[in-house]
Design a protein around this ligand. Sequence first.
Ligand SMILES: C[S@@+](CC[C@H](N)C(=O)[O-])C[C@H]1O[C@@H](n2cnc3c(N)ncnc32)[C@H](O)[C@@H]1O
Length: 248
Amino acid sequence: MKFNTAEHGYDPIAKIYNEKVAAQCFKNYLPAMEKLLLPHLDSEANLLDVGCGTGQLVKYLITKGYKVTGIDISEAMLNYARMNAPEAEFFMVSAVDLDFTSTFDGIVSTGALSHIMNIEEINRVAQNIYKALKKNGILFLNMFLEEMYQQYWSDNFYFEKNDDHVSITHTTHDAIEKIAKCNLTTFSLVEDRWKRLDMTFIDKIYTRNEIQLVLEKAGFKEIGIFDEKHDLKISEMAGSTYFVCHKM
Ligand SMILES: C[S@@+](CC[C@H](N)C(=O)[O-])C[C@H]1O[C@@H](n2cnc3c(N)ncnc32)[C@H](O)[C@@H]1O
């Protein structure tokens, strides 16, 4: 059976994400977070991770002494998150339906919102985030924007192999429809047998201006926008972009 994120969410890929993907994602986001988020947080800050996945970032923030809540739409991802960060609180809810009021000193979201396929829902997410923040609370949002898909998702193949895992990835993007796809086939060694999984990740491609506008519409002002390659110079990943702003 072939799975895709639009129909099946992350449940089918949760184990592989937890074991093979999450640590690298966390490593990628860490330098920007240390630079743009942590200096703005009080030591007792109450934080929310929107689209927390398997909880590696939640765990890191807990070890820093913060109180952390994670939300995600995938039950299987949350099950790993609960194992990885048992001290945190987790809820299975879509960011589109998030309903907290003036609760958090900071909200983080990494690599999650591109799975929300239309701008109306992104607007709702931004409004929910704004409402959930306390006054002066900070948003740290990472999204992949057009340049990243152009650079890495233009009919590219990637191959990875280690002792118990082989993966072939084929990425494409449609510049007119603004939809990007990452077709992943993996073979994992489970009890002496190779198990195959086919999964397509489907992302909506948003521009820097669209996301800036969404945040302004929600009420955020003075939005800092930082590209990993051009502004932060912490990687070659142009288009991996951080939006940092406060609730006034
Ligand atoms: C690429 S993973 C990122 C996970 C984690 N933030 C990280 O950086 O490793 C995307 C996550 O977003 C979640 N997600 C997708 N749509 C969502 C929504 N509408 N509300 C909450 N979470 C969502 C998925 O279930 C998945 O766990």
